[in-house]
Structures are given as C-alpha cells and as structure tokens.
Design a protein around this ligand. Structure first.
Ligand code: F6P
Length: 319
C-alpha cells in the first residue's frame, strides 16, 4: 500500500479536523502518500484530489467544521456516480480510502468497498446514532453546546417564570436530547424512542410549580416533531407562558472538546492501521475506552438503542 485518501461526508461535526489530521500524519509516519478529497463524495466524482503534507493539517486540531469541506452527494447514490468516483481513485493510484461521516456516508463507503476499493469508515456525526460505537466524533461537543445554551436559557426562564422548550438536533434519534437533558437538569426530555403524552408533560410542569419551581426546561429532540407546535399545545392547556429556542446548526460548529479531539485522533490513526493490515468495509468504534472495528454492513443493518436507564434517571432526578 502506497497511496491512501481521506474525505469527510454528510453533516460536519466538531472533531472531523482532528480525525483528518490523524489520518494524514499517521499515514505519512508510515511512509504513505495521503490525498485529501475536497467536498466529500462530490469531490470524489469531480476529481478534487489534493496531495497532503504534514503541514497541510497544522493548526486544525482545535477547529470545528472540516478543512476538506463536505457535501451530501445525490450523484454518488447512483451507480454511474460511483463508477466515476472509482475511476478517479484508480487514476490517482489510491490503494485505500478513509471515509469520515455518518450512516449515509457509510452506506456509500460500503458500496465503494464492494467495487473493490478498500474502505474504512470513521464515525463523525453529532447525532451519535451509529451502532457499535459508544461515541461518534462531534457528539460530546454538540452536547456541551446544548448545555451551555440551556444554562443561559434557564436564567431568563427563571426570571420570567416561563416554560421553555429547547429543540435540539439528532435527526430521528434522541441521543443529544437525552444526554443534554440529563446534564442540563431539564425537567422533561422528549425523544422519538420513548413516546410521551402531553398530559404527562403538563402534569409534571404543574407539580413543579406547586412546589415553587420558577421555570421548566423541556428538551425536545427534533425527531419528535416541531417544538413550536408542542409549545402552543402546552401554553393553551396549561395557561403558562411558553417559549421555544431552536438551537439548530450552532450544535454543529465550535471548537471540539478534548474528548472529541482524542476520540478523533485515535479513530483516524486506527483507520490507517486497518488499511495497512489489508482490511476493508470496516468501521472504527469505541467500547469501554478501547478502539475496536466492525463490519460496516453489519453496522448499517443495526440500530443504536437509546440508553433507557439514562432516560429513566433523567426522569427520577427531575421530579
Ligand atoms: O446528521 C447531523 C444533522 O445535524 C442532524 O442532526 C440534522 O437533522 C441534519 O444533520 C441537518 O442537516 P442539514 O445541515 O443538511 O440541514
């Protein structure tokens, strides 16, 4: 193996830069030529390859976003698109590729592996919705961004004695909402994995008010539905002033936490190691602090379960 490539794909996540740096530097350390592909699968199809040096990834470990840029490529979903991508990889004599992204990116990676290109996936998404890894790169930073926002919202919610819904990302999963809700001391966490009726939510708000609580923070995972709609229902039934903050894409930006930088560094280096060992169609993950790897196809066929014990604990601690 002489030449490897790396790309980032799908929604960006804080720590992707640290993962790129790890791939590039550990590759060069092991005498490989490392190419960066700009703009994810779009750049792979459009032949946007760059030879990377040690200095190409200097000064990025602490930066959010992705230096290689990213995209959600429709063309790569087609067979014709993937053929163009493979032809470009062959043209640059690439012997293996590291794909940093989420489940959509891994579905593409797996198809590339089936065409005969060795591929290793590194899970980079704020959603933490990838099975066989306790954490994905960017999740910890996103959760910290959310609790920072909740801390601020709580100040004004208390001053005005308001109910406040904080809508967070996560696509169809509730991992961000659950961890941020527990860490942020929210009264209620609404996640798609555990349906909860409005009456239960409102009776908890009222119970809190009876014992002198001045605010109520409800974290709503976007997968549950619109926090705006839920807020209108709560306000009209409870009569309490209810506000909504949709955190949106601020959850995807910002400097990565130490946890995400370390995770990304370990996972990026492991991906290169796996390519050198001749592995393909594997995804790097972490379990009990140890880096492991699993078959991408197996990972794509599974669903990451929500931690129900954690969910119950969040309820117990916010009575
Ligand atoms: O997968 C990451 C994520 O931020 C999700 O939480 C969210 O639903 C989605 O991407 C938003 O995607 P886009 O930036 O393309 O609107």
């Amino acid at each position: 193996m002489n030449n490897i490539a790396v790309l980032t794909s799908g929604g960006d996540a804080p720590g992707m830069n640290a993962a790129i740096r790890a791939v590039v530097r550990s590759g060069i350390y092991q005498d490989l030529n490392v190419f960066g592909i700009m703009q994810g699968y779009t750049g792979l199809i459009e032949d946007k390859f760059q030879h990377l040096k040690v200095s190409s990834v200097a000064d990025i470990i602490h930066r959010g976003g992705t230096k290689l840029l990213t995209s959600r490529s429709e063309e790569f979903r087609t067979e014709a698109g993937r053929k163009k991508a493979l032809a470009n990889l062959r043209k640059h004599n690439i012997d293996g590729i590291v794909v940093i992204g989420g489940d959509g990116s891994f579905a593409g990676a797996s198809k590339l592996a089936k065409l005969g290109m060795p591929v290793i996936g590194v899970p980079g998404t704020i959603d933490n919705d990838i099975p066989f890894t306790e954490a994905t790169i960017g999740f910890d930073t996103a959760v910290n961004t959310v609790i920072d926002a909740i801390n601020k919202i709580r100040d004004t919610a208390t001053s005005h004695q308001r109910v406040w819904l904080v809508e967070v990302m996560g696509r169809s999963s509730g991992h961000i909402a659950l961890e941020a809700g527990l860490a942020g001391g929210a009264e209620t966490v609404l996640i798609p994995e555990v349906p909860k009726d409005l009456e239960t939510v409102i009776s908890k708000i009222k119970k809190g008010r009876r014992r002198g609580k001045l605010h109520n923070i409800i974290v709503v995972a976007e997968g549950v539905g619109s926090a705006m709609d839920i807020s209108k229902d709560i306000e009209s039934i409870s009569g309490l002033q209810t506000k909504v903050t949709i955190l949106g894409h601020i959850q995807r930006g910002g400097t990565p936490t130490a946890f995400d930088r370390v995770l990304a560094s370990r996972m990026g280096a492991e991906a290169v190691k796996l390519l050198l060992e001749g592995k393909s169609n594997r995804m790097v993950g972490i379990a009990n602090r140890a880096i492991q790897n699993v078959d991408i196809t197996e990972a794509l066929a599974s669903k990451k379960e929500i931690d129900l014990e954690m969910y119950q604990l969040a309820g117990v601690l916010s009575i």
